[in-house]
Write a protein that binds this ligand. Structure first.
Ligand code: ZN
Length: 300
């Protein structure tokens, strides 16, 4: 298998993992400093592709010191346990809330299955990681990789256990800033069924305070950071306004999504070009936001 390895800088490499041949969906990153770190592993089903990419960069699995997910959704870390098995010298760094799920996978797997249905099978079942090989990262966690530190910033909203990893002027943002479509130059929010809009906005604000040159999305690829978080915040707020209005007028999530297609340039095209894994992603985001609005209104 030959992959295209992208060299972002002298010590950051990334490539398209192409799960089940779906391109431009999942990017994984390798930081080569005195210590070598892998950011995201993708799903279990992409394990062999991930290994091929690591080898193409010129590394062997034993060279990897840290395996670090932004969060443990299956598209980001479903292959974490598989990778830890072959990367014999590695430790994995996860959010304290994710710790027990990756060491004992039953609830993680059944929860993923409940939410994703057959897509979970497409991603494959994770393998557990022994606790002694896990490091729990509190908010503000810091680790020296050699020339620079890697810092973990808790960025909940998309998931309660989400971490943005900051390395110098670069940040690996997972899903906390939405989905980036480099071909149209836009990003859109992404939420699962249980979404916290208040925390998502707070996290974006927190990231905006960092002095970044680049942000690295998992979906998909690097982006120049200037102005991005302000723009992202506006985009999240605009979607929420449309969803809230739709809720007041008792509209279905499908109708609300159609309205968004009309007012957000490029959105419908991204929807149409989504492959198997992402088929209903934007609809899922509308549903997640609608669920948030319902919860907020039930509290009043
Ligand atoms: Zn994701």
């Amino acid at each position: 298998m030959t992959l295209i390895i992208n060299k972002h800088s002298n010590n950051i490499f990334w490539f398209d993992l192409c799960p089940n041949n779906e391109s431009n969906f999942i990017s994984v990153y390798v930081i080569i400093d005195k210590k070598i770190s892998l950011i995201e592993t993708g799903p279990a089903s992409s394990h062999n592709t991930l290994l091929a990419g690591i080898k193409q960069i010129g590394l062997s699995p034993e060279d990897i010191d840290y395996i670090i997910p932004t969060h443990i959704h299956l598209d980001h870390f479903g292959g974490g346990g598989h990778m830890m098995e072959v990367c014999k010298n590695a430790k994995s760094i996860v959010h304290p809330n994710a710790y027990k799920h990756v060491s004992s996978i039953d609830r993680w797997w059944s929860g993923s299955h409940d939410f994703l249905g057959s897509i979970a099978d497409l991603y494959g079942k994770p393998k557990p990681i022994p606790e002694k090989r896990l490091i729990s990262a509190e908010d503000g966690f810091e680790l020296s990789l050699g020339s620079q530190n890697l810092k973990g910033l808790h960025t909940p909203g998309h998931a309660p256990h989400h971490i943005t990893w900051v390395y110098g002027e670069e940040a690996f943002v997972g899903d906390s800033a939405g989905l980036w479509y480099p071909n149209i130059g836009s990003s859109f929010p992404v939420t699962p069924g249980y979404y916290r809009h208040d925390l998502a906005l707070e996290s974006i604000k927190k990231m905006d305070k960092l002095d970044l040159a680049y942000i690295h999305y998992t979906h998909f690829g690097p982006r120049i950071a200037k102005g991005v978080f302000r723009e992202t915040r506006k985009e999240f707020e605009l979607w929420m306004e449309v969803v809230e209005k739709g809720y007041q007028e008792d509209k279905s999530s499908n109708i609300i999504l159609k309205e968004l297609f009309e007012i957000r340039p490029g959105l419908e095209a991204t929807h149409l070009s989504h492959g198997l894994h992402q088929m209903e992603t934007h609809l899922g985001t509308v549903k997640g936001m609608l669920h948030w609005v319902r919860r907020i209104n039930a509290q009043d």
